[in-house]
Design a protein around this ligand. Structure first.
Ligand code: NAP
Length: 281
């Protein structure tokens, strides 16, 4: 059996073309206004700086603007809250991204939750999570929402399927499980205290790997014909799931790289364009 490749890179490129057209239309209608995503980078972690740069580049590719805020590593919670408050008040800012992780002295949850719901285009606030989980309107958390968009684009059936999500972080595992549940999957969430992880995974029609450990989920735990979604990316180009032995016996899988990764940034700009259209349009 040759598996369907859930090609996030291709879908992100195609979506960027659609987003460019929407931004151009908005500009034309509004006398030159574009959606603006404010990105906040605190400290000088090189990986975080790279991610913020990639997000700014994605904005530029579709004709959007980004407002890049850089704060020193010594920033306090109060200083960051004040900056977020300023961006909330700025009518020209349509989305706010606070790059995670922030330095240890900062109360990250308080800062995420200070982001105005209307500008929470990365889907990181408790309020946005709660609304999403309840099936109310809210921007989805970018990585799991990107995974849902990818599964939808490839018409992967979720209803009635048993999905096993490995990982329960606030930005990935938990919202992923809620989104799959909302799509009528039967969901099991596994984490570091789960007993018999392999047995749970063996029963999965859909496996989502969101653990943060290279090839931690073994191919032999995954049943034939399953759908495999790997959110991880590690040096050497491997994800959280041992993918190579699976490509001939699963129904579909996300490649690493080029699967989930491109969909995260794509979802961020997708939701920023939505927000811009609501305010400007
Ligand atoms: P995280 O915050 O470190 O969470 C990891 C989760 O894995 C935790 O819930 C943890 O359980 C669980 N876990 C750890 N060891 C385990 C074990 N032995 N058995 C079962 N579960 C275990 O990581 P994250 O931010 O969610 O990221 C997860 C992965 O996705 C990483 O590889 C990361 O690089 C990737 N990621 C990719 C993108 C993207 O844009 N492509 C974005 C975000 C993350 P506990 O809760 O019990 O500790």
């Amino acid at each position: 059996m040759s598996a369907l490749v859930l090609d996030g890179k291709a879908l992100a490129q195609k979506t960027e073309e659609e987003l460019s057209a929407r931004v151009a239309k908005l500009k034309e209608k509004s006398g030159g206004q574009t959606p603006i995503l404010a990105t906040i980078l605190v400290g000088d972690d090189p990986a975080s700086a790279t991610y913020v740069k990639m997000k700014g580049n994605a904005c530029r590719r579709i004709g959007m603007d980004s407002l890049q805020v850089e704060l020193p590593a010594s920033t306090t919670t109060e200083e960051l809250l004040a900056k977020i408050g300023e961006l909330n008040e700025n009518p020209n800012v349509h989305g706010i991204l606070l790059q995670h992780p922030v330095p240890a002295q900062i109360d990250e949850r308080a800062c995420f939750d200070a982001i105005d719901l209307d500008k929470d285009v990365d889907g990181v606030t408790c309020l946005g999570f709660g609304r999403m989980a309840m099936g109310e309107e809210a921007y989805g958390c970018a990585t799991p929402k990107g995974i849902m968009r990818l599964l939808e684009a490839y018409e992967v059936e979720l209803e009635g399927k048993h999905a096993v999500v490995v990982g329960r972080s606030p930005i990935l595992g938990k919202p992923m499980a809620a989104m799959l549940l909302n799509a009528n999957a039967t969901v099991t969430i596994c984490h570091s205290r789960t007993r018999d992880l392999a047995d749970h995974i063996r029963r999965a029609d859909i496996v989502v790997g969101a653990v943060g450990r290279p090839e931690f989920i073994k191919a032999e735990w995954i049943k034939d014909g399953a759908v495999v979604v790997d959110a991880g990316y590690h040096p050497g180009g491997v994800g959280d799931i041992e993918l190579a032995p699976l490509v001939d016996r699963v129904a579909a899988y996300t490649p690493v790289p080029g699967g989930v990764g491109p969909m995260t940034i794509n979802t961020l700009i997708y939701q920023s364009v939505d927000s811009g259209e609501r305010k400007i349009g």
